[in-house]
Design a protein around this ligand. Structure first.
Ligand code: ATP
Length: 238
């Protein structure tokens, strides 16, 4: 079947005061794809996700989702339209239980039977969270908090999941576990825009990738091609 564009960024510019964080970003995410945005610390990866989920206002450019311009929508409307963001640093509510955090992720929804079914679904995907459902989120390990952040985002029933640095600060075994779950999510039809500093892992997981350098996209292509690209190897694959 031909690719259906689900999300498109056109000529996006973002400033923080006098700092140009993003310059002329163009990218597309097709339905069912895992697309990754790789780049060094400070390249603008998180800023790109924050612009899409409307946590910041771009200076110019457009964000098109399912054919409509969402550039001026409020953040909660964007969630309602089907875009969920699992932020860098996880940002779970540490003094609330796992269950409370997950229920908060469903705040835009009202059908309690469906919400309850989706809670069960998260506990199937993340059995570690099931065992700890009544525990305060702040008492979870870093990896479990990352799982909770992803599960909370999934509770809004997104079509697109924006995933920021899921491997950050985690031990290799738990990173493998989380990336296996990302593959499973893709298999269930969730479209994913993945931001990662671990370029190898990201490119091994994704269908396509974009390389971001100092706020600009410098390279894009099939993930497998980027893994073989000498410039990518030299700069990001060590
Ligand atoms: P990291 O993974 O370290 O967050 P990144 O690629 O996601 O890196 P961004 O966080 O998007 O990069 O930051 C892009 C640029 O914008 C950096 O130069 C950063 O210092 C700057 N920046 C980010 N947030 C702010 C802010 N709230 N105010 C001012 N400058 C910011």
């Amino acid at each position: 079947a031909p690719a259906t564009t689900l999300l498109e960024i056109r000529e996006l510019y973002v400033n923080y005061g006098g700092i140009q964080a993003l310059q002329n970003i163009n990218l597309t995410v097709n339905a069912g794809e895992v697309v990754t945005l790789i780049g060094a610390n400070g390249a603008g990866k998180s800023t790109t996700l924050r612009a899409i989920s409307r946590l910041l206002d771009p200076r110019s450019g457009q964000i098109i989702y399912q054919g409509r311009d969402i550039t001026k929508r409020a953040a909660h409307e964007v969630v309602r339209l089907g875009i969920a963001h699992s932020p860098e640093g996880r940002r779970v509510l540490s003094r609330q239980t796992v269950l409370d955090n997950l229920e908060l992720g469903a705040y835009i929804r009202s059908n309690s039977a469906e919400i309850s079914a989706d809670l069960d679904r998260q506990f199937e995907i993340f059995p570690r969270l099931a065992e700890r459902r009544h525990q305060l989120a702040g008492t979870l390990s870093g990896g479990e908090q990352q799982m909770l952040a992803i599960a909370r985002a999934l509770m809004s029933k997104p079509k697109v999941l924006l995933l920021d640095e899921p491997s950050l600060g985690l031990a290799p075994a738990i990173v493998r576990e989380i990336f296996a779950i990302i593959q499973d999510l893709r298999a269930t039809g969730v479209t994913i825009l993945l931001v990662e500093q671990n370029a190898r892992l990201a490119l091994e997981t994704a269908d396509r990738g974009y390389v971001l350098e100092a706020g600009r996209i410098t390279l894009t292509g099939e993930a497998s091609h980027l893994l073989d690209d000498d410039r990518v190897k030299k700069a990001y694959l060590g």
